[in-house]
Ligand binder design. Structure first.
Ligand SMILES: Nc1ncnc2c1ncn2[C@@H]1O[C@H](COP(=O)(O)OP(=O)(O)OP(=O)(O)O)[C@@H](O)[C@H]1O
Length: 293
């Protein structure tokens, strides 16, 4: 009997969400959201606290199930997956959380190695219980995030920014195709935030990952992402490439993601200040982004 040819699926769409709604009891967290993210894109999910960003991200690896609609990730109906298939899909999707979620009492290296657990069978206790090749790989990733020298320190001796870099190295242990980051810099100071965001972008580009990162800061979103997807009160209110956005459009983005005039005013002030700082630092950079309109 002739075998059917093996078809290599190329997923030009890494993520495709169609008419997704999510209710938590009386609360409608997402309302009829449709969007798709092409493979290799670096996208920001922008919105205020409570706008539904985490809930949307959590559907991409089935940490939430839709109340209505469907979610496709890497060509699979992720909301329909169970057991082994779901584990396989999750292993292709790396996640970085706001609070890093490291095991504080374990070494940095062991924390990174836990990123490979889904590929291993049986429990692991201590560094030597991991195959040598994986330890070498963990060290490589730690070096990539600039923390090779901290491999054997306890995770809780590191600063917040360093801990988030460990979490990035841990996610890389999965060899993910998609990287989801849920407010990865919300608890970091501005300098560490910049470092972590740069690192996520650089690594995303080096590895041709699809990256979806939720943020609530408009300036950061504008300077970092290729595309901004805006959520307000569970609805998609904005979807735009960041390249060549003018001042008017930037103001509109603030208007779209904020919910009240007071908020819009507050963010307008913030933006005016940011533009001033930017133009003082580098007039060309501001012109390049067209923020002066
Ligand atoms: N497990 C849950 N049970 C009940 N309500 C929830 C649950 N998860 C989220 N919600 C509600 O859904 C809405 C969207 O929350 P979500 O956490 O997705 O927003 P967010 O934009 O990520 O905000 P934040 O950055 O503050 O987490 C909020 O009203 C929130 O209270």
């Amino acid at each position: 009997m002739a075998h059917a040819p093996v078809i290599q699926h190329q997923h030009s769409e890494a993520i495709a969400v169609s008419h997704l709604s999510k209710d938590f009891g009386e609360v409608r967290a997402l309302s009829d959201v449709s969007l798709s993210v092409p493979a290799g894109q670096i996208a920001v999910l922008l919105g205020l606290s409570g706008s539904g960003k985490s809930t949307l991200l959590r559907h991409f690896n089935q940490l939430e199930l839709p109340s209505a609609g469907e979610v496709r990730v890497l060509g699979e109906r992720v909301d329909a997956l169970r057991g082994k298939e779901l584990r396989r899909l999750r292993s292709r999707v790396g996640v970085i959380f706001q609070q890093f979620e490291l095991v504080p009492s374990l070494s940095v290296m062991e924390n990174v190695l836990t990123g490979a657990l889904s590929r291993l069978t049986g429990p692991r206790l201590g560094l030597v219980s991991y195959p040598k090749a994986l330890r070498a790989k963990a060290l490589d990733h730690l070096e990539r995030v600039g923390l090779g020298g901290k491999a054997f320190q306890r995770a809780d001796t590191l600063s917040g920014g360093q801990q988030q870099r460990v979490a990035i190295a841990r996610a890389l242990m999965q060899d993910p195709e998609i990287l989801l980051a849920d407010e990865p810099v919300a608890s970091l100071d501005p300098e560490s935030s910049q470092q972590v965001m740069n690192l996520i972008r650089e690594i995303g580009m080096e590895r041709s990952l699809t990256v979806v990162c939720s943020l609530h800061q408009v300036e950061l979103a504008l300077s970092w992402g290729d595309r901004i997807i805006g959520l307000r009160a569970g609805s998609l209110v904005l979807d735009t490439p960041t390249e060549g956005l003018g001042k008017e459009q930037v103001m509109e983005i603030y208007g779209q993601v904020a919910t009240s005039t007071a908020e819009i005013r507050a963010v307008q002030d913030e933006l005016a200040e940011a533009v001033e700082q930017l133009s003082a630092a580098s007039p060309d950079a501001v012109r390049g982004r067209n923020l002066r309109g």
